[in-house]
Design a protein around this ligand. Structure first.
Ligand code: HEM
Ligand code: FPP
Length: 317
């Protein structure tokens, strides 16, 4: 891949040698915890068995691949990150690392993870991983993000692949269940991100990124958050209608999904139909929805695993 630097060196020159902490920060570890967790849950909830060593390698490859894609994202966006308070302290905009180091690091992690995935879990998993890396680093970061307010709707697909990879590592093929898991994260991403974009709106506007609140306005963004959250509720219930033999979950997942998605929808209704009185508004409901979105996905995928393993463990007791 020979992509020219996005800013022609507009970020400050590296002032000090980067250490391992900077390289670690390039992988966006906090965001990636949920990516890794959903990948792990896909693997643990799938019907069938996997050698624990191969299972561990699969999750490691998802983590390394996602980290590599995040490093490439920051290599490309160093100038944009420099212009936003939330991201200005990252290794590149803060001048703690040469841009080329981030690019090489990202490429190395991406290549290594795909190759190892292919050898350990099979080439279908490697193909999906490679697709999600290209999706995040190229399709979303380079193409969609600076061009359209639908950037995260379409681009959100990148983060929706990990549970599918985990699932396919066990079963060897793509069936309805991993497709539904993909669709759940896909539908979850707009409310997750637009809730945040509502309260950091001024930052994105400053660097010319056409995020939805900047382009379509706050009211339209709020309505769209609501719309995606409405669709999310039935979507999360669909898996219980799949046959058990295809990995369709039972009542533990069904009840959890119903409760969690209803709570999500209630918070989204509050955000969706709120009219702010002044610019100094604390944006508490939006912050709550964003925070809950993260907790929600953790809990939903944990419920999926519990649904498969509680009866099995119960059978041994
Ligand atoms: C294109 C889609 C997405 C966008 C634009 C987006 C953007 C963001 C942003 C800007 C933050 C703020 C904090 C930060 O930068 O560290 C954040 C937080 C977070 N995102 Fe997303 N996100 C997206 C999709 C996802 C997906 C698919 C996942 C996981 C499945 C995810 C997991 C998280 C988590 C766990 C946090 C909280 C991190 C913390 O506690 O600091 N995000 N997201
Ligand atoms: C396996 C694999 C490749 C997974 C991809 C994982 C993933 C969650 C991708 C998209 C989510 C993400 C971190 C968006 C950040 O948006 P941004 O980069 O626009 O945010 P910023 O403004 O903080 O830079």
């Amino acid at each position: 891949m020979s992509i020219p630097p996005a800013n022609n060196g507009a970020t400050p020159a590296a002032r000090q040698p980067a250490d391992w902490r900077d390289f670690f920060a390039l992988t966006k570890p906090r965001v990636m915890t949920l990516v890794i967790f959903t990948g792990l849950c896909g693997l643990l909830a799938a019907p069938g068995h996997i050698n624990p060593v191969i299972g561990f390698a699969t999750i490691l490859c998802i983590a390394v691949g996602a980290g590599g894609a995040a490093a490439l994202n920051q290599w490309w966006e160093a100038d944009i990150d420099a212009g936003m308070k939330r991201t200005a302290k990252r290794p590149l905009p803060a001048g703690r690392m040469e841009r080329e180091s981030a690019r090489d690091f990202g490429m190395a992690l991406a290549g290594l993870s795909v190759l190892t995935m292919g050898l350990a879990a099979g080439w279908l998993c490697a193909l999906i991983l490679a697709g999600s890396i290209v999706y995040y680093a190229l399709v979303y970061t380079v193409w969609l993000k600076p061009r359209t307010p639908q950037n995260i709707v379409i681009g959100g697909g990148a983060g929706a692949f990990p549970p599918m990879i985990g699932w396919v590592a066990v079963t060897g093929h793509i069936t309805w269940m991993p497709v539904l898991l993909f669709m759940i994260i896909f539908m979850w991403t707009p409310p997750h991100f637009w809730a945040l974009a509502l309260f950091v709106k001024t930052d994105y506007a400053k660097v010319g990124i056409p995020m939805m609140p900047v382009v379509a306005g706050e009211k339209s963004t709020r309505r769209q958050i609501f719309a995606y959250s409405v669709l999310l509720l039935p979507l999360t219930l669909l898996p219980v209608f799949l046959p058990k033999s295809d990995g369709g979950p039972g009542w533990i997942y069904g009840v959890s999904a119903g409760v969690l998605s209803t709570l999500f929808l209630l918070l989204a209704i509050r955000v969706g139909f709120r009219v702010r009185r002044d610019e100094d508004d604390s944006m508490k409901p939006e912050k709550q929805l964003f925070a809950f979105s993260v907790l929600y996905l953790f809990a939903l995928f944990a419920a999926l695993v519990a649904d498969r393993w509680v009866p099995i463990i119960g059978g041994y007791l």
